[in-house]
Design a protein around this ligand. Structure first.
Ligand SMILES: *[C@@H]1O[C@H](CO)[C@@H](O)[C@H](O)[C@H]1NC(C)=O
Ligand SMILES: *[C@@H]1O[C@H](CO)[C@@H](O)[C@H](O)[C@H]1NC(C)=O
Ligand SMILES: *[C@@H]1O[C@H](CO)[C@@H](O)[C@H](O)[C@H]1NC(C)=O
Ligand SMILES: *[C@@H]1O[C@H](CO)[C@@H](O)[C@H](O)[C@H]1NC(C)=O
Ligand SMILES: *[C@@H]1O[C@H](CO)[C@@H](O)[C@H](O)[C@H]1NC(C)=O
Length: 424
């Protein structure tokens, strides 16, 4: 009894944290809609979904460009490049005009949203802000040898100390971002490189890859289970599915819209998938835990482990587990314990700690904090065990399951080893 009370309290505390994390109270689209000279900038924030990312954060500064400057940037480049350029204009710190003119030592290198993508090598994800005296403040890429190619022009809006909007007179261009080679648009190739070979081959053999390809132009989000996810203890026995069910399962792993991580983080709605064929069918919900996003199918949770590619209007995520729709797996969820209204074994406080759910994978490294200065590109998928917020009974059941599965940790480690050796 006492243990379950502790559990409830913990769940409550964690869900409160989740609320604080996601509710910032500001709406950048709303703020900029008051100034028509930034309508183009505002529209690009919405198209690239950077607005969701901005709204999910506090202590943030947006460097806006007026319509003329924006059109000279956007006119020449694809949306994916525009997104990168705009993410360099979002500083993960609060700078109002006063602070801007009081920079200690006259120069500083704030982190930008671009740094959090894991694609910014070296200093590319940082911006150089320098007090030029005479009231001027210059902005440029922090990459060595870059010029201060933009100047502060005026303040647009401040909500201290949550969000500040300042106008600058030119984009900040980090070396190479305008000429970045377009990523492969070959879905199979992308997935194979990311360690999702089983998923890729199923998409090909079922023909569902064509459905994905026909959707991508208008926006596509893919949740690709890792090969480890297919081999996991909790993975479904796919040989028991009919061909039509395999198609539904694969369609369940994609959305007909562009929903990058920031959008998943602030999502509060039920999400339809490509398999959705009626209200409440084949849908998903999301929750967050710190910076992590967890997908919930109603059968079990799966963590969004890595962003394979985020090139508006396509985003491909790697997920830890195969997503099990209730429509196919709700009746006999082979992995998780049978649904029970009162959990039989009172979960001990210990089963809540992340430690028992971790497999002793030999390749596991603490994933680098993307926002810290010389962070290496986060190419290597983190193999952390899910750390979902235990707000639903589904999660608690999953935690228990994970705890029991731990007896097979040795097996998991061997599978991981085998999988790793494939790439060496
Ligand atoms: C700033 O953000 C916090 C949440 O982090 C919110 O509670 C507060 O109301 C916001 N302040 C303003 C002035 O909007
Ligand atoms: C933000 O403001 C825009 C424009 O006023 C509105 O359409 C949108 O729904 C708002 N977003 C949120 C999350 O409230
Ligand atoms: C920022 O750029 C200026 C001008 O190029 C340079 O003098 C300064 O050292 C840079 N600041 C930092 C912190 O690197
Ligand atoms: C920024 O201001 C400096 C100092 O006045 C000036 O030399 C430079 O040309 C300006 N740069 C831009 C892009 O306006
Ligand atoms: C996509 O990549 C796969 C694997 O590299 C290759 O077999 C296939 O031919 C490619 N498809 C296209 C259309 O280029």
């Amino acid at each position: 009894m006492a243990a379950s009370r502790v559990l409830c309290l913990l769940a409550l505390t964690l869900s409160l944290f989740a609320v604080i994390y996601t509710v910032s109270g500001h709406n950048i689209t709303q703020i900029l809609s008051e100034s028509p000279e930034y309508s183009s900038f505002n529209s690009y924030l919405s198209q690239t979904k950077l607005n969701d990312e901005i709204n999910s954060r506090t202590t943030i500064t947006i460097l806006v460009l007026n319509n003329d400057v924006m059109s000279s940037l956007a006119g020449k480049h694809p949306l994916s490049v525009v997104k990168t350029a705009l993410s360099l204009l979002v500083l993960l710190d609060y700078y109002d005009p006063l602070k801007l003119h009081k920079i200690s030592q006259g120069t500083t290198l704030p982190t930008t949203l671009y740094q959090t993508t894991g694609r910014a090598a070296g200093n590319l994800g940082f911006v150089n802000v320098t007090d030029l005296k005479g009231g001027k403040v210059g902005f440029g890429s922090a990459a060595p040898g870059s010029k201060l190619g933009a100047n502060y022009t005026k303040s647009v809006k401040q909500i201290p100390y949550n969000i500040s909007v300042l106008e600058i007179n030119a984009p900040i261009i980090a070396p190479g971002i305008l000429t970045a080679p377009a990523p492969s648009n070959n879905m199979t190739e992308l997935l194979e490189k990311a360690g999702c070979k089983i998923f890729a081959s199923m998409l090909l053999s079922s023909g569902v890859v064509k459905t994905y390809e026909s959707t991508v132009e208008k926006g596509l989000t893919v949740f690709a289970p890792s090969d480890e996810g297919f081999k996991a203890e909790s993975a479904p026995d796919l040989t028991k599915l009919t061909q039509a069910e395999v198609v539904s399962l694969l369609e369940y792993h994609a959305l007909a819209e562009y929903k990058p991580k920031g959008s998943l983080k602030i999502n509060k709605n039920v999400i339809s998938t490509l398999a959705t064929n009626g209200a409440g069918k084949y849908d998903l919900t999301t929750s967050t835990s710190g910076d992590e996003v967890i997908l919930h199918t109603g059968v079990g949770p799966s963590r969004v482990a890595d962003t394979v590619v985020d090139e508006t209007p396509l985003v491909v995520f790697k997920v830890d587990k195969v997503l099990l729709p209730i429509e196919l797996f709700g009746k006999s969820p082979s992995p998780a314990p049978e649904p029970v209204s009162t959990p039989t074994p009172t979960p001990s406080a210990k089963s809540l700690s992340p430690t028992p759910t971790k497999s002793p994978s030999p390749r596991k490294e603490p994933s680098p904090v993307a926002a810290s200065p010389p962070a290496p590109p986060v190419d290597e998928p983190s193999e952390e065990a899910p750390s979902d917020s235990p707000t639903s009974s589904e999660n608690i059941r999953a935690k228990n399951a994970a705890f029991h599965v731990n007896t097979h940790a040795y097996f998991t480690a061997m599978v991981t080893l085998a999988a790793t050796s494939l790439f060496l």
